[in-house]
Design a protein around this ligand. Sequence first.
Ligand code: AMP
Length: 465
Amino acid sequence: MCGIFGVWGVKEASSLIYRGLFALQHRGQESAGIVASDGKTLRLHRGMGLVANTFTKDDIGRLKGSSGIGHVRYSTAGLSRIEEAQPLLISCSEGEQIAIAHNGNILNSGNLKGRLEREGSIFQTISDSEVILHRIARAKTRDFISNLISSISLLKGGYSLLFLLKDKMVALRDPFGFRPLSIGKRGKSIFIASETSAFDLVGAKYIRDVEPGEIVIIDKSGLTSIFYVQPSPQEHLTTKSYLIGDYELPYPIRKSYCIFEHIYFARPDSLVFSEGVYSVRKMLGRKLGAENRVSADMVISVPYSGTIAAMGYAEETDMPYELGLVRNNYIGRTFINPEHSMREAGVSIKLNPVVDIIAGKRIVVIDDSIVRGTTSRKIIGMIRRAGAKEIHLRISSPPVRHPCYYGIDTPTEKELIASKKSLSNIRDFIGVDSLEYLSLEGMLSCVKNPRDYCTACFSGDYPIL
Ligand code: AMP
């Protein structure tokens, strides 16, 4: 869970990145940073907290140049401190500066880091992104792209990456394509973003996605692209194997787009994996309605994560949709706060029930997912105290039973309520009259190419471990 944004060939890169990061703020609220290049020097500014609190006008002014990359961070791996804030900027041998911004999670960064440390590398952060930089810095050739390919060849996990050098910007997605990354254009200027809604804020038009296993290089000659993953020329009886650079991967590759981006994480006004998030979310609601109809007076949602699915559910079941919970817009997403205790307190500050709508009524409540169950329990308690006669909770995704290792912050298995409790136990814990989830098949029927998606958090079918 992070957002990345890159700009090439504009008048003032840093002010456009600042805007782009605003559009991606929902992807991480812990820290923000920008590196800009004037063609000679890369300059960095980063800080803890929201984009609006991290940069002053002067900071943006100091970040001179026509290209740059930015990052908003939510820590899936690593500590919450300024050293971990991205982009990371280093100087390699001969003073060459390289900046990196990373969205995703590297499964084997511990091993790779141990190996590098034994060879003498000294790490400033505990983030897995620094491992990639160290591997590039130690690579043998003078060509950045070949060094990059050999450096990522041993990475296992989900990663969408942006690099900035003084003469180029480079974007890439891991061969599975876990995390999104899109390309936008405005005239001759090129933009790269985690989500397309960031293009709207800078007047750029979405062109296409960076494909899984693709490296996109943007420099003075424009945009070029290479695929760094190829099927292995050798015949294998059991699985098709692949090569990255000179390395043969010990596992098969399949497209594994994160379905949770559509369910919860991405903005509804974005396209991710070239599909409209709003439409998918609405379909999830309709499907949920078709699978789990219940007789009630109205449908309400947990705003905003459940709102679009609730509209779909109401349409499908011919029930009125009401705004039964009002949200205070000045509070960030409670979940995005890594401190558990703060998350608990956050719920009642964030949401308040509309008593005259709810009292005495049979209510269907729609939310996108249940993770720990603690937030849902509090929200349902509020609706109950507001006088609801019956509460039927419907969830627009299947039970989350397994942790994500590819960049979504789901807790460990033992904290996931659906991995330890049965449906009726969850229903009783949350305190609803009935509880139903969308089926796995139902969920997959809502996206264009179901086989391209990773469903590990629901199914336990991990594409790579
Ligand atoms: P809980 O009842 O504590 O499991 O919280 C469920 C709420 O958290 C739902 O309303 C979701 O919108 C939200 N949520 C689900 N998954 C995540 C996640 N990985 N990160 C942040 N929030 C999430």
